[in-house]
Design a protein around this ligand. Structure first.
Ligand code: KIV
Ligand code: ZN
Length: 392
């Protein structure tokens, strides 16, 4: 394998499964199909389209996505039990590139309180589910739910056993968003060494401590080669690792993170917009990469630098993520440079004295408001310049 191949990170998108199973995010089959097309444009490697045993809608979504996008690798989720695995296999019956993703919890806390099963029982059920899935498809992924709170020796035992049973990908989720990057990297490094080339180690991080992206990136540095993530970081509770953040971190800081994905990053913003249209909320304004303020500059010092040379305050070319350009927001922290620039965009060429007068009026207005709109700036310019003409 070449170094380039070794450093290829697969993007497993779970917007339509983990993302969809969070409050305010459920989608109809038609909506999932629209989103699936966008995810295909984006170039995700694996698209998890649903949890077929959960509902007829999820079953249909997996079937339809696989039918409409035959070139995409489509995954269906299944608990590690016969009914789930068979239902997942059925939903993928016509898929050209099917993957069954089966999971069971491995931490003692889940075994004792949720599953009420012994470690041995869980190990046997994991292996049986993988073997059963392999009877229908070649591509089987196994997830050890709550891996980060699982005894590492037992986790390694389960991981080796499912690979021997035919799993090609072993996913080690930080299900409750509890891990920190150094700790997660240690776990991933150990499992990647244990599995070697026999399986791809995958990561799936939740954002309960705001560390999902950092944990995923640390895991890649430690040997993981699949990241499970969602557009806008939607997902259970605080969400999943944000696809756009993880991908852009590896692209922008490729000097420190020499990994690559198949993502066409100029589709990131359109994908984020479409998702926001389909569910009940969009990303928060200050969300990295796709938030409304991600490329907005308000402080005067920043605006001055940005107008002279964009790279002073922008580390990402907005066009590379599908946003036409950065923007200057005019508010009380803005300076004359930005105001003059905006006035000239609005068609006004001001003398120094006019600019000073408009600037004073602008600051007085901005002090009373959260931001000043273009039409208000135009009105200020008209008022100030008319007054100046009258005074002549
Ligand atoms: O968070 C989790 O552990 C999951 C698994 C089903 C992969 O979503
Ligand atoms: Zn999850």
């Amino acid at each position: 394998m070449t170094q380039a191949n070794r450093n290829r990170v697969y993007i497993f998108d779970t917007t339509l499964r983990d993302g969809e199973q969070s409050p305010g995010c459920s989608m109809t089959v038609a909506e999932k199909l629209r989103m699936a097309h966008k995810l295909a444009d984006l170039g995700v490697d694996i698209l998890e389209a649903g949890f077929p045993i959960a509902s007829e809608g999820d079953f249909e979504a997996v079937t339809e996505v696989a039918k409409e996008l035959p070139w995409v690798q489509v995954a269906a989720l299944a608990r590690a039990c016969r009914l789930d695995v068979e239902r997942a296999a059925e939903s993928l019956a016509h898929a050209r590139r099917p993957r069954i993703h089966t999971f069971i919890a491995t931490s003692d806390i889940h075994l004792k309180h949720k599953l009420k099963k012994s470690r041995q029982q869980v190990l046997e059920e994991a292996v049986a589910a993988v073997e059963l899935a392999r009877q229908s498809v070649d591509d089987v992924e196994f997830s050890a739910e709550d891996a980060t709170r699982t005894d590492p020796d037992y986790l390694e035992q389960v991981s080796r056993a499912v690979v021997a049973a035919g799993a090609r990908t072993v996913n080690l989720p930080d299900t409750v968003g509890y891990s920190v990057p150094s700790e997660y990297a240690e776990l991933i490094s150990r499992m990647a060494q244990a599995l070697g080339d026999s399986a791809i180690v995958s990561v799936h991080c939740h954002d309960d401590l705001g560390l999902a992206v950092a944990n995923s990136i640390a895991a890649v540095e430690a040997g993981a080669r699949q990241i499970e993530c969602t557009i806008n970081g939607i997902g259970e509770r605080a969400g999943n690792c944000s696809l756009e953040e993880a991908v852009m971190a590896m692209k922008v800081r490729n000097d420190r993170l020499p990994y690559h994905t198949g993502i066409a990053t100029e589709h990131l913003y359109p994908a984020s917009k479409l998702l926001a249209e389909l569910i009940t909320f969009g990303p928060q304004p200050n969300k990295a990469i796709v938030g409304a303020n991600a490329f907005a500059h308000e402080a005067g010092i920043h605006q001055d630098g940005y107008l002279k040379e964009k790279s002073t305050y922008e580390i990402i070319d907005p066009r590379s993520v599908g946003i036409p350009a950065g923007r200057l927001v005019l508010g009380k922290h803005s300076g004359r440079h930005a105001l003059r620039d905006r006035c000239s965009h609005l068609g006004y060429t001001l003398t120094k004295a006019e600019l000073d007068a408009v600037y004073d009026a602008f600051i007085a207005l901005a002090d009373r408001k959260k931001g000043v709109m273009d039409r208000e700036i135009a009105a200020l310019v008209e008022r100030v310049t008319v007054r100046a003409i009258a005074a002549d």
